[in-house]
Ligand binder design. Sequence first.
Ligand SMILES: Cc1cc2nc3c(=O)[nH]c(=O)nc-3n(C[C@H](O)[C@H](O)[C@H](O)COP(=O)(O)OP(=O)(O)OC[C@H]3O[C@@H](n4cnc5c(N)ncnc54)[C@H](O)[C@@H]3O)c2cc1C
Ligand code: SF4
Length: 324
Amino acid sequence: MKNFEHVDARSLAEASRLLTEKPSVAIAGGQDLLCMMKDGLLEPARVVNLKSIPGLSRIVYDEAKGLSIGALVTLSELEEHPAVRQLYPAIAQAAGLVGSPQIRNLGTAGGNLCQKPRCWYYRGHFPCLRRGGDYCSAAAGQNRYHCILGGDPCYMVHPSDLAVPLVAFGARVEIAGPKGRRSVPLEEFYIPPRVDVTRETILRPGEVVTAIVVPPARGRISAFVKFAERGAWDFAVASVAVVVQKGEDGKLMGGRVVLGGVAPVPWLAPKASEALTGSELSEAAFGRIAELALEGAQPLAQNGYKVPLTKSLVRKALRMAVNA
Ligand SMILES: Cc1cc2nc3c(=O)[nH]c(=O)nc-3n(C[C@H](O)[C@H](O)[C@H](O)COP(=O)(O)OP(=O)(O)OC[C@H]3O[C@@H](n4cnc5c(N)ncnc54)[C@H](O)[C@@H]3O)c2cc1C
Ligand code: SF4
């Protein structure tokens, strides 16, 4: 590993200054960043510690304003928080399914949303498009874990479990940087490869995520399901979050279906989400929603299995949500 300096930021303003003075990266729990640095994929001159900034590790629930999750809240804290478990179960479930207990004890919500791609060519130093090269090694290579929706020209899958239910709940990301503060819907935080294949998020130099704000639950029910090859410690091969509202007539009143592990960004499935409105709570109706969620999927040579797998996860997530 190349030598670097490690600096504790004492405030958001100081973090922004430290991050822009020389080639620098922010560190939170370090569960992804240190892997990137040890593998020589990132060689910053300076690592700016965000954990020394006060006030970023709080979870605050307010019935009128909703849920505010500080960027430095750990995944374990999120998983165990009583209001999150009761009102936003899909978020608690996703946090509880990230990696191992050790990773969840150190890994933070902000770091989880900003983690780098896991594509094995990208992590393996291949000079692919995302690393500034001129072709995607996965397109005609080993692509069984790659995307089936929204690829071209890069077929990576977004690695964050937490982002999936957060998009389903319509969460916003709070950002602070050299030009002040801004807040964006989480689905607009991520950059699809067709827009810019070299960047994953809209963060500009010196900007950091300070919090994630989730609108009030207001009777919405939710579930998150994930399929991973090793149940105890693995990234999603596919995952699904559903957030829905049940009407008094026994039908659904609308909501969102979001897919993980199948696209370069958390994949908000618009037709499936629209079909929730007025849907009956039957297996046949859930099957139709699952078909719509995967409409337009274009598997690569080795990952066609993700289509039926993800459809079954959509049905399971709907069943879980309405029976909770
Ligand atoms: C073995 C293993 C298994 C894993 N399994 C999963 C899994 O199943 N699901 C999953 O979702 N993830 C998984 N991860 C990925 C990841 O380590 C964790 O999700 C963790 O949440 C990352 O958070 P962190 O605070 O440690 O981030 P860090 O490693 O500190 O940072 C990650 C990236 O985000 C940036 N960053 C951190 N905080 C901020 C901020 N506030 N603002 C702006 N940028 C920021 C850093 O600069 C860095 O680029 C796994 C990692 C490992 C090593
Ligand atoms: S999928 Fe993306 S990250 Fe992976 S090799 Fe292709 S361009 Fe690179």
